[in-house]
Write a protein that binds this ligand. Structure first.
Ligand code: GBH
Length: 491
């Protein structure tokens, strides 16, 4: 294929899957529709409205509970191969446990999935995108070792009802955000903020829960349903600030702290937590007066149980940071994960800035991340399960920065493919604007703008939607493509 100016363009493989992603709490609304139970985001936003910058919540969000047909229409407009969404545990099991399954919860997802299937859109489903039933939180949530059994129970209900149509499963979305932000810090619900052990205890129980669900699927559903199961981990790139040995080691420590804690037990040959981090935390714990390491260990049986429980590696990738052993150090709460690693983080001024403080456009960072993971974890199959760019609510529909970001990101995917990375698909975050957690509706990630003032939450395509559509259709990235109109149709 050639661009308008006659440049030879690289092509995505024919079987490469292009899609877009969302998450239940961020789009569905219907927070108490029928018999749905309360989850940790319902609880925190209702009881502590100031937790969210604009004091909003996901009670209605984009109202996909009622607009799901329009959502599928948008997928068709874009010509998507796939759609990644998540199930709300508290909609399916309102009481948290499997003694009661909601008929209306099942019906909602049946309708949504059937509508996708009708138009040949492959569903990719996440079992858990942060909306824990509040009752399970009251029992300690991810800090309770029984959590893994309750998660397996829930997973089995979902496999049982939907596995005939869903062939791509993700257990958890972003363990780092669940554990570090939700338990070791306070920037996600349930905001436990127990900095010394919160992240580590959650991490261990989470990977065991993942393994129980994976093994349940493998043993009892896969033989008939024939799908695949993985997990999505947030992997931003952490490279060294300089080529010094110190900075390279600092970057490795930070990678272990950011995603190694969750990836190593599942994807590495030996399993268990990352070794250098494990040693560091053990040493510091003793110095700090603990008689045990703040990072729990795996028994031999647990290590083997978790190891190898994947069919593919789901990667959410947004940005990169440069890591230094000596520069840009900031004071950290002691004891905590970030104090344990104790490295400095830097973002070069020249990397373009989004509306989100944490998100800049870093050069070739998908390639850097995937090549690293390929070498570290024995060449697994990858899907990019999220990647996207934020703008502010007042920015125009002509989202030039998002267009630039997507083009650069997808070029980086092609670079990875050229380097032999086995990457099979890419999901843009997000199909539409949605509830951006602590930032409420103040940051927008959608290919489609959503009018949160209008009762029916009108969706309107941005320029990036047209550009993405053209990429999906042509399987190439034409740097000069300009949509002729802003009127969207289904082809
Ligand atoms: C993803 O997380 C989520 O899966 C998705 O639900 C979300 O909407 C999307 O990104 C966009 O944010 O500056 O201390 O407040 C991406 C990883 C890590 C990004 C934490 C936001 C905020 C940290 N996230 N980060 S802070």
């Amino acid at each position: 294929a050639r661009s308008a100016l006659g440049i030879q363009l690289r092509r995505f493989p024919d079987d490469f899957i292009f899609g877009a992603a969302t998450a239940a709490y961020q789009i569905e609304g219907g927070w108490n529709a029928d018999d749905k139970g309360e989850n940790v985001w319902d609880y925190i936003t209702h009881n502590n409205p100031n937790y969210i910058v604009d004091q909003t919540n996901g009670d209605v969000a984009a109202d996909s509970y009622h607009n799901y047909k329009r959502d599928v229409e948008m997928m068709r407009e874009l010509g998507l191969d796939a759609y990644r969404f998540s199930f709300a545990w508290s909609r399916i099991l309102p009481l948290g446990f499997n003694n009661y399954v909601s008929k209306s919860g099942i019906a909602f997802y049946d309708n949504y999935i059937n509508e996708m299937i009708k138009y040949n859109i492959t569903p990719m489903a996440t079992l858990y995108h942060w909306d824990l039933p509040q009752k399970i939180q009251d029992l300690g949530g991810f800090a309770n070792p029984l959590f893994s059994d309750w998660f397996e129970d829930y997973a089995r209900v979902v496999f049982e009802h939907f596995g005939d149509r869903i062939k791509k499963w993700l257990t958890f979305n972003e363990p780092r955000e669940i554990c570090f932000e939700g338990y070791g810090s306070h920037t996600k619900a349930p905001a436990i903020n127990i900095t010394d052990v919160g992240t580590y205890i959650c991490a261990k129980n989470l990977v065991i829960a993942h393994a129980k669900a994976y093994r349940a699927y493998n043993r009892d559903y896969k033989p008939v349903q024939n799908g695949e199961c993985g997990i999505t981990i947030s992997v931003n790139w952490f490279g060294p600030l300089t080529n010094s040995t110190e900075d390279q080691f600092a970057a490795e420590m930070r990678r272990q702290a950011e995603w190694g804690i969750y990836a190593e037990p599942i994807f590495s040959k030996d399993g268990g937590f990352p070794k250098e981090l494990e040693e560091r935390v053990a040493t510091k714990s003793l110095q700090q007066g603990y008689q045990w390491s703040r990072m729990p260990s795996f028994t031999e049986e647990e290590r083997m149980f978790v190891r190898g429980t994947y069919d593919f590696f789901g990667v959410n990738h947004y940005t990169a940071y440069l890591v230094s052993a000596n520069e840009y150090l900031t004071d950290q709460i002691e004891p905590s994960l970030l104090d344990d690693v104790g490295v400095g983080i830097h973002v070069p001024e020249e990397w373009p800035k989004s509306a989100s403080s944490w998100l800049t456009q870093a050069p070739n960072s998908i390639y850097n991340s995937l090549v690293h993971l390929k070498n570290k974890y024995n060449d697994p199959i990858f899907y990019i399960t999220e990647n996207g760019w934020s703008t502010t609510p007042s920015d125009s529909l002509f989202d030039e920065d998002r267009v630039k970001y997507y083009r650069a990101a997808l070029e980086s995917v092609l670079n990875a493919i050229d380097a032999g990375v086995r990457i099979k698909g890419y999901m843009a975050w997000s199909l539409m604007d949605n509830f951006e957690w602590l930032l409420g509706y103040t940051e927008r990630f959608g290919l489609y703008h959503v009018d949160f003032e209008s009762p029916n939450r009108t969706r309107t395509p941005r320029k990036s939607a047209f550009v993405y559509k053209q990429i999906v259709k042509s399987r190439t990235i034409d740097p000069n493509y300009e949509p002729e109109t802003m009127i969207m149709t289904i082809e």
